[in-house]
Design a protein around this ligand. Structure first.
Ligand code: SAM
Length: 256
């Protein structure tokens, strides 16, 4: 790899050809077309940020921005290091479904840059991948009705229709074995809080859109409650291990 000091001196006249050599030096294969020259990006970051700043590049491509941040950090060992966040598409297509630019070019380049210079050896980075979710799996898209049905399916082994009339709470299931009453509160009002407070049970578990408020309300009453978010209801309903049917006595759904 060319010395970083030399490159910073010529950043004004940098070209894509320079960038191509730098990617080739650090990644080798596969080639990346028109990468930005390291010295240009390094000079811009040096001018536009301060030590300790985090530099974000949402179209990271071959990772020149991360490389430039590391190079700057190596030049300024006494300063608080800059950090970087790089995001990019994999560039996978129907013709090349297995293509992963982020992993094979960008992350590979950053790893090699860190490994190539003793002054950078203490650096590290995390490689994270976003997955595309089916709409039905996105908890923030799901409604209270979906949460109710998923939870009744999970807790009572059968998906029940959502009771129509209530005071903002829907009783999902009462487990006679351990005395836990599970409730879904879809409309957190004073009436709903009051209704939940008088439910006869040893332990109350509430799923709601405002779990902190529910917790605070019960704490003010001197009572403990297991207060969980609606989002958690949806995630739990999908990923909690199945319990045996007989451990969940079937209480009829109620509405208040
Ligand atoms: C011009 S290149 C960036 C070059 C980069 N500065 C370098 O030196 O390697 C733009 C990159 O953005 C990526 N990209 C395109 N659309 C994107 C999107 N919607 N989200 C994230 N990255 C995207 C492309 O895959 C491409 O690699």
């Amino acid at each position: 790899m060319a010395t970083l000091e030399a490159e910073t001196e010529v950043w004004c006249s940098a070209t894509s050809q320079e960038g191509a050599w730098q990617v080739a030096e650090t990644v080798w294969q596969p080639a990346f077309p028109y990468p930005k020259p390291l010295s240009l990006i390094q000079g811009l970051i040096s001018q536009a940020s301060r030590p300790g700043d985090t530099v974000l590049d949402f179209f990271a491509g071959s990772g020149t921005t991360g490389h430039a941040v590391l190079a700057l950090n190596a030049l300024e060992p006494e300063a608080t290091p800059r950090k970087f966040i790089l995001c990019s598409s994999t560039e996978a297509t129907t013709k090349e479904p297995g293509k992963n630019l982020c992993r094979d070019v960008c992350a590979a380049r950053i790893s090699k840059v860190i490994a190539s210079d003793a002054a950078l050896a203490h650096n590290s980075f995390a490689y994270l991948q976003l997955d595309r979710l089916a709409p039905g799996d996105a908890p923030f898209d799901a409604s209270c009705v979906q949460a109710f049905q998923l939870l009744t399916l999970r807790l009572g082994q059968v998906a029940r229709p959502v009771p129509a009339a209530d005071q903002g709470i829907k009783i999902l299931v009462q487990n006679a074995g351990d005395g836990v009453l599970t409730v879904l509160c879809h409309k957190l009002t004073r009436a709903a809080l009051d209704a939940m407070a008088v439910l006869p049970c040893r332990q109350l578990r509430v799923y709601s859109t405002r779990p902190a408020t529910v917790r605070e309300h019960f704490a003010a009453l001197g009572r403990e409650v297991e207060s969980l978010s609606l989002q958690k209801a949806l995630l739990h309903a999908q990923v909690m291990p199945r319990r045996k049917a007989q451990t969940w006595p079937q209480s009829a759904p109620q509405s208040l």
